[in-house]
Design a protein around this ligand. Structure first.
Ligand code: 5AD
Ligand code: FES
Length: 347
């Protein structure tokens, strides 16, 4: 099995069958071998630095009804909110003072915010914080909308593909949403010039090892600047309420593989990983992740942005999370840096 890992390191990919073998026959020893190499790879590109991104969850209204997601349209128990432009700018200010140099505007697909509204918000953040990166993450929009946001000052966009298998995609989403459009959006974003992030859930209902391998191969082909993965976690108000959560162990294994496939990719230790295990984020960094994305949203709305049950940090203030993360990162010998943490192409 080690020879397969060595081949992955050398070629930065494997064949479909080899990936299937690697995942199916994984054990502690092979995981550790992957993690050691993934850490070495991260360290080569980023040293012991961990980048932080301040997440601003600015709306939990969503027109979509994804079967797994707690803020899906048909969840009548979800108390909806929107932040005003002033509140968003206040989050940025708090974040800036805490050392954040990337702001992530994340939200449901909320038709209330027109392109003009978003351009206005983006350009005000751009003006107030010329030294910061602005990341967007609010789903599928047209090429022209994405372009306008980019021209208003946004730099990055996060849009997970969720699963690279069209049939599996249909089992996770209602009619009207399809993988093809998702991918089209990703290619549009790249063409426009965004640093683009994609990713998927590990252990989502109906997912097979073959699906996961297709996720890896799609990621290789698309070659994103960022990859976000986390375990699926059921939400009690969705039709997947009784499904079992994804495993931390497999999430970490895939984190290591992704680091070896894309050595300089920006790879967050996600909140979902921290939710399934109190030390999940530390373990993820030790498996090759190099980014943390704590919440900057006002404390009053945090518990309303629940994509899944048990989400951590819904009671803490941004400053508390900042201190907490500092301690966690230092406890494993890494450090948080005040830096935009842009994608740096390999030379
Ligand atoms: N469990 C884990 N991750 C989820 N997401 C949405 N719902 C869940 C869930 N129940 C992820 C999706 C989405 C990202 C913002 O959160 O991958 O793209
Ligand atoms: Fe939020 Fe630890 S990161 S409390």
């Amino acid at each position: 099995m080690k020879t397969l890992v060595d081949k992955l390191i050398e070629n930065r990919t494997l064949t479909r069958d080899e990936f299937i073998t690697l995942i199916n026959s994984r054990n502690e020893e092979i995981s550790e071998y992957i993690f050691e190499n993934a850490r070495r790879t991260s360290e080569k590109h980023f040293g012991k630095n961990v980048y932080i991104r301040g997440l601003i969850e600015f709306t939990n209204y969503c027109r979509n009804d994804c079967y797994y997601c707690g803020i899906r349209k048909s969840n009548a128990n979800c108390e909806r909110y929107r932040l005003s432009k002033e509140e968003i700018l206040q989050c940025c200010k708090n974040g800036y003072d805490l050392g954040f140099r990337t702001f992530v505007l994340q939200g449901g697909e909320d038709g209330f915010f027109s392109d003009d509204d978003m351009c206005d918000i983006i350009s005000q953040i751009r003006q107030a914080y010329p030294d910061c990166a602005i990341t967007l993450s609010f789903g599928e929009r047209s090429y022209d909308s994405y372009k306008r946001f980019f021209e208003s000052g946004a730099n990055r966009y996060l849009l997970r593909h969720e699963t690279a298998d069209a049939e599996h995609y249909k089992k996770l989403h209602p009619k009207g949403l399809d993988l093809e459009n998702r991918k089209k959006c990703l290619y549009h974003l790249k063409e426009i010039g965004y640093q683009v992030g994609t990713g998927f859930m590990v252990g989502s209902p109906y997912q097979t090892v073959e699906n996961l391998v297709d996720d890896l191969l799609f990621i290789k082909e698309f070659s994103p600047h960022m990859v976000g993965i986390g375990p699926f976690i059921p939400h009690g108000d969705t039709i997947f309420a009784d499904e079992k959560p994804g495993s931390l162990e497999l999430t970490l294994f895939l984190t290591g593989i992704i680091r070896l496939m894309l050595p300089n990719v920006l790879l967050p230790a996600t909140t979902a990983v921290g939710t399934v295990d109190p030390l999940g984020r530390e373990k993820s960094i030790l498996a090759g992740a190099n980014v943390l994305m704590p919440n900057l949203s006002p404390a009053g709305v945090r518990s309303k942005y629940l994509l899944y049950d048990g989400k951590i940090c819904t009671g803490e203030e941004a400053a508390e999370c900042r201190v907490c993360l500092q301690k966690r990162v230092e406890s494993i010998g890494y450090k948080i840096v005040v830096d935009r943490g842009d994608y740096v192409p390999e030379v």
